[in-house]
Write a protein that binds this ligand. Structure first.
Ligand SMILES: [Zn+2]
Length: 461
């Protein structure tokens, strides 16, 4: 009997599995094509950037409006269990800022204070500058050598598709003030982490160092380098106000599409709702939350998935640097934290609005039926699915869960990122739709299969 039963099971499986695989592959292609023709993501980011505008996390009225926008948007799209999840966080608020060269050639400088920077005294700081061509040159300066000076790092950021030029220079922005203060500096200026040549400075987080820290526009950094090369002392006046609130309430906005067969198995994706203050947070990260929200909707259109899809619009990303939600566990989806064992996979879109060019999957998963269906659906969209797993998934997704990283083309992203030029006109609807199609195909196959990433992934990251 056992032999016969096994034989029958084998016959049934042999027939059933290819049929299911074919269904999954066919479904992924249909979802992809629907997404390519869909404008949901575009309409979301247009609405957010127009009706709410910039979303600096320090503004309570703005973040309440953003929360209400998120709840309304997810509800309108038919998500279930839509709610705002409160958490408490520390926020830094920008005040008035100005900088100018007072000698030898008086002129204004275009600056933007870095997040968590100390303010100057009320009258500002006037001091000679010490210019370093690279961040390493600052690190090589002896302790005490910058006493009474404003340290200036003018290293330019290279343009790359994979954002590695940014990653390499983030320490100059995030740690430069700490290193300058350690060497006696009274303030720190860094060339913006920007690939543009405009006079718009780019903001960003900087570890508190007890001294004021600001980003210079690229042309202003070059101007200071030329002035310093002239040999005369270059004196700069810097005035920066800011304030810190230790504990304010903010919100993640959460919505779900509940699974029909295994609702406790949850796939968590999203982007962040807050932004820097100078632009309207279109590419960072209106695009990312729009991509993942639209993808979850399109992946399940007309058909309830087997597993649950959860979208999270994270409420405070920009001021934690790369620490993000890891540093503030309360910022994570509370449900996700409580049920981490049931989270199938997580993913965050936070690298703009250009097409996905590389989709890195959790280790060991690429040969599963579901991921083969995904790969076949997205290869025609010029997406590389590498054999190696992703190194990181995004600032907001929690440790301990498997994660994907869908890299979007970052070639132009850092022309606008964290600057006044982060606005809706930088987004091309067709490129945004490509990114949605990749995410939607992934969510469709993952939510409608039993693919398991946790057991395949390496235990440690
Ligand atoms: Zn971001």
């Amino acid at each position: 009997v056992g032999g016969l039963a096994r034989c029958l099971v084998a016959v049934v499986l042999a027939v059933a599995l290819p049929a299911h695989a074919a269904d999954l592959a066919q479904g992924a292609r249909e979802v992809r094509d629907r997404a390519l023709a869909d404008t949901t993501a575009w309409r979301l980011v247009e609405s957010l950037t127009t009706q709410v505008g910039p979303r600096p996390v320090w503004s309570s009225p703005v973040m309440a409006r953003a929360r209400d926008w998120g709840v309304a948007a997810l509800t309108r799209l038919g998500f279930e269990n839509v709610h705002a999840e409160p958490f408490v966080t520390k926020v830094w608020a920008r005040g008035a800022e100005s900088a100018e060269v007072v000698a030898p050639a008086p002129q204004k400088l275009q600056i933007l204070g870095l997040g968590a920077s100390a303010p100057t005294p009320p009258g500002g700081i006037t001091a000679p500058i010490a210019v370093f061509p690279t961040y390493q040159a600052l690190l090589d300066a002896p302790v005490g050598s910058l006493s009474g000076k404003i340290a200036v790092v003018v290293q330019a950021m290279p343009r790359t598709q994979d954002a590695s030029g940014y990653g390499a220079l983030v320490p100059a922005r995030a740690q430069g003030a700490v290193e300058a203060a350690r060497r006696g500096a009274v303030a720190y200026l860094v060339r913006s982490l920007s690939t543009a040549d405009t006079r718009l400075p780019h903001a960003g987080y900087s570890t508190p160092a007890g001294i004021p820290a600001a980003a210079l526009s690229p042309p202003d950094a070059e101007q200071l380098a030329r002035l310093a090369a002239g040999g005369q002392p270059v004196v700069v006046h810097l005035a920066m106000a800011s304030s810190v609130e230790e504990a304010v309430q903010r919100w993640n906005v959460v919505g779900e599409i509940r699974g029909a067969e295994r609702p406790d198995e949850v796939i968590v994706v999203g982007g962040h709702l807050d932004s820097w203050d100078m632009g309207t947070g279109a590419i960072d990260d209106g695009a990312g939350l729009a991509i993942t929200t639209a993808a979850a909707r399109l992946a399940t259109q007309g058909q309830r998935p087997k597993r649950t899809l959860r979208v999270v619009l994270w409420g405070a990303e920009e001021q934690e640097g790369s620490g993000g939600a890891f540093a503030h566990p309360a910022q994570r989806s509370a449900d996700q934290k409580a049920a981490a064992g049931k989270v199938v996979v997580t993913g965050e879109a936070d690298i703009g609005a250009a097409p996905v060019w590389r989709a890195a999957l959790p280790a060991g998963s690429s040969d599963t039926e579901a991921m083969r269906a995904f790969r076949d659906a997205v290869v025609p969209l010029k997406v590389v699915v590498p054999a190696t797993p992703p190194q990181s998934g995004g600032a907001d997704i929690s440790a301990g869960t498997p994660f994907v990283q869908f890299a979007q083309d970052a070639t132009h992203y850092f022309d606008w990122h964290h600057s006044a030029d982060d606005t809706l006109d930088k987004i091309r609807p067709d490129e945004l739709a490509q990114a949605v199609a990749v995410w939607a195909a992934f969510l469709y196959v993952t939510a409608n299969s039993d693919v398991e990433f946790r057991e395949k992934a390496a235990p440690a990251r």
